[in-house]
Design a protein. Structure first.
Length: 249
């Protein structure tokens, strides 16, 4: 890890886990917001490019996907991961350095587990709104419920976890309409309580890597499909993550 990289924290832990990925979980994340994804997309936070790859595998008629990653460590660590079509491009940039002059406007802005890494999260949403066309969507997924905040969150550089009321307070209601907002991944929340809150495991440790490779595999293969089925029929009042769909007026 580059000690001068103020963005990375312990998010480069994946190099210890090899090429392991939670494929069902990525599809689960994508399906939550798929119907709102347009064809001119800004992804804030490429990370290890797992969600970028999920979009490319599933979304149709994409004209442009700009994915930004401010961390030099993560940008180069995952530089050659996956093969992407020509309409996808990756840039080592901070959201606050973007303007309409640099890339123009978008019909979709994605914050998939990135907003919690941004200290000035309200400013980040205002910036996204500035880059968004009228009728476009800001799609957000963040870790939920502050009582779940643990050494795991701290190690990854999370400033906070979110409740609905907190996220709602950040939104400029004059410019954005809240189309939908809900909690998901109740069973994942129970696992997070056990392993991260009570056992205080962090993913950049050997026990964290083993957790992902063992319990993570069980979670991805069995828990995620079960949750997909349950959440098609009912939304629970709490969960590990919170998703929001915002539309620009």
């Amino acid at each position: 890890m580059d000690k001068k990289d103020k963005y990375v924290h312990s998010m480069d832990w994946t190099q210890k886990a090899g090429n392991y990925e939670l494929h069902n979980y990525r599809k689960y994340q994508y399906d939550l917001i798929a119907k709102y994804i347009g064809n001119n997309i800004l992804e804030v936070g490429s990370g290890e490019k797992g969600f970028t790859n999920e979009i490319v595998k599933n979304a149709k008629n994409i004209k442009r996907l700009i994915s930004i990653e401010p961390s030099k460590t993560l940008f180069y660590l995952h530089k050659n991961k996956h093969q992407f079509p020509d309409y996808v491009s990756f840039h080592m940039k901070d959201l606050f350095d973007l303007s309409l002059k640099t890339f123009g406007s978008f019909d979709t802005v994605l914050f998939i587990h990135t907003l919690e890494h941004i200290k000035e999260d309200k400013k980040a949403l205002d910036k996204a709104c500035e880059l968004l066309r009228s009728g476009g969507f800001i799609l957000i997924e963040v870790p939920a419920l502050q009582f779940l905040f643990s050494s795991h969150d701290k190690a990854l550089g999370h400033y906070r976890r979110y409740r609905k009321q907190h996220l709602l307070s950040l939104i400029d209601k004059k410019k954005l309409t809240v189309v939908d907002m809900w909690y998901q991944d109740f069973l994942g929340m129970l696992g997070s309580l056990l392993f991260f809150k009570f056992k205080k495991i962090t993913l950049n440790s050997s026990s964290g890597v083993n957790l992902v490779k063992n319990q993570g595999r069980l979670y991805d293969n069995y828990v995620v499909p079960l949750q997909c089925f349950i959440e098609k029929h009912v939304r629970l009042p709490i969960g590990l993550s919170l998703t929001a769909v915002l539309e620009k007026k």
